[in-house]
Write a protein that binds this ligand. Structure first.
Ligand SMILES: Nc1nc2c(ncn2[C@@H]2O[C@H](COP(=O)(O)OP(=O)(O)OP(=O)(O)O)[C@@H](O)[C@H]2O)c(=O)[nH]1
Length: 435
């Protein structure tokens, strides 16, 4: 490397706050952790990760773990398959360390807003990793089905390459004909549920999969989760309050489904998402939005190049497609509403009226707390503390400039790390334990 010809004047801008790179763990010097055991992350709670070994008996205790420093910036979310070292006994007070995160087969994301030009729109969260199926729970009556919300979930599912399953509850109060008619072109798999129905069909569809459940408030999601996993509370211990309302600090909890009769087939896992009632789609490109509307895709094939398919695109082929009866006009309307929302062109009340969002969702602090957005612009200790708290933040998008959020204490200067560790229950102290 060539040295500069003249020595530079230094000022306070040159002061390094971060430690030199040499003090960071380097790949080649990392321990191999050959003795690590594989586990699935089932809860995330203030820097602590509840993990279970998938092959262990269902009543095995949950192993509490923290992230090892060597994980760097990588986030750990519910559904992640991780490697653990340390005390993996699951005994009270025992603490293991997550030293590796397995490659994810899918990543379900959402944003707090649809418009990626707003801070909320750029606040991207990974909901869960490795899900195979998105179970969209919708009541047939009280509250009525909200196709705007279902369409949104379909976009999120197709974008994440996760199979959707429509779960229609309260079938004792209304029939599914109308809603199924709306999705007639889609060949969407569905099940109906009533209080007295046996859940065999649903259980069969869940078997062998990791399924994420989403739904508006009041659709009967908790009731369903409790029926599917009667000992849900015990399964995750005191970590979170399953079944009612929102978990105190986690946004998702994975529950092992009980075996189906005498079958030895893996009954699968369901991930309940009590805090999640809407899917902001700012992370989905305008082109990818169309993936949630396979019934419209063919209609766009003969369209003029660069047609944005919005209501303002004169001559958009989709209008003719719908006029010819090849798709339901309400589907085009829904698609265009999402496009407009993504472009920041809609009145949020309009979106709410269309049922895209749960009115109660907008009141929930986690998504709309202005402090959350404000803190995004700084990377000070408080930010780090919040990141350590949730473990749900994601920084993988390179275009998120100004939005980078530190995902854990590992990537922060020492003074921040210690504060974060205080918040996360002495995470750093554990980080430095010998392997
Ligand atoms: N008639 C009927 N009522 C149901 C059914 N499933 C749930 N309910 C009722 O619907 C109401 C809402 O059910 P919950 O399970 O609390 O709904 P939720 O989706 O978890 O709602 P939040 O707790 O707000 O997230 C309760 O009064 C349930 O008893 C059903 O299949 N039929």
């Amino acid at each position: 490397m060539k040295l500069p010809a003249r020595k530079r004047e230094y000022d306070e801008d040159d002061v390094r706050i971060r430690p030199g790179r040499s003090s960071r763990p380097r790949t080649r010097t990392r321990p191999k952790h050959d003795d690590a055991v594989d586990a699935l992350v089932i809860t995330v709670d203030r820097g602590r990760y509840g993990c279970v070994r998938e092959e262990a008996p269902p009543d095995s205790p949950v192993i509490t773990a923290m992230r090892a420093r060597e994980l760097g910036r990588k986030s750990v979310v519910v559904g992640d398959r991780v490697a653990l070292v340390g005390d993996v006994s699951g005994a009270p007070g025992a603490l293991a360390r997550i030293v590796r995160i397995g490659e994810r087969t899918s990543v379900l994301r959402r944003t707090a807003d649809d418009d990626d030009t707003t801070p909320e729109g750029r606040l991207e969260r990974v909901v869960v990793a490795n899900a195979d199926q998105l179970v969209i729970v919708s009541a047939l009556y009280d509250p009525p089905p909200r196709t705007g919300f279902i369409d949104r979930c379909l976009v999120a599912a197709y974008d994440a390459d996760i199979e959707p399953l429509l779960c229609l509850t309260k079938a004792d109060l209304a029939g599914p004909e109308e809603i199924l008619g709306y999705y007639a072109e889609l060949d969407l798999p569905y099940v109906t549920v009533r209080p007295d129905s046996d859940l065999t069909e649903l259980r069969k569809r869940l078997a062998g999969n990791i399924s994420v459940m989403v739904g508006h408030s009041g659709v009967g999601k908790s009731t369903l989760v409790n029926r599917l996993v009667p000992d849900a509370l015990r399964a995750v211990g005191a970590v979170s309050a399953i079944g009612k309302g929102r978990h105190t600090s986690t946004s998702a909890v994975a529950l092992r489904l009980p075996p189906i009769g005498k079958s030895r087939k893996d009954p699968g896992w369901i991930i309940d998402t009590p805090g999640i009632r809407s899917f902001g789609l700012a992370h989905v490109s305008a082109e990818s939005l169309l993936h949630g509307f396979p019934d419209l895709v063919e209609g766009t094939l003969e369209d003029q190049p660069n047609c944005g398919h919005t209501a303002n695109d004169v001559g958009c082929r989709l209008d003719a497609w719908v006029a010819e009866g090849k798709a339901d006009p309400r589907r085009l309307e829904s698609y265009r509403r999402l496009l407009a929302s993504r472009a920041g062109d809609t009145d949020p009340r309009e979106t709410e009226r269309a049922g895209d969002t749960d009115p109660r969702e907008t009141e929930r602090a986690a998504d709309t707390d202005p402090r959350e957005t404000k803190r995004h612009d700084n990377t000070g200790p408080r930010e780090t503390e919040r990141a350590a708290d949730t473990g749900q933040r994601e920084t993988e998008r390179p275009d998120n400039t100004g939005q980078r959020e530190t995902e854990g204490a590992a990537d922060t200067p020492p003074h921040e790390t210690s504060e974060a560790a205080d918040a996360a229950g002495r995470e750093t102290a554990g980080d430095t334990e010998p392997a």
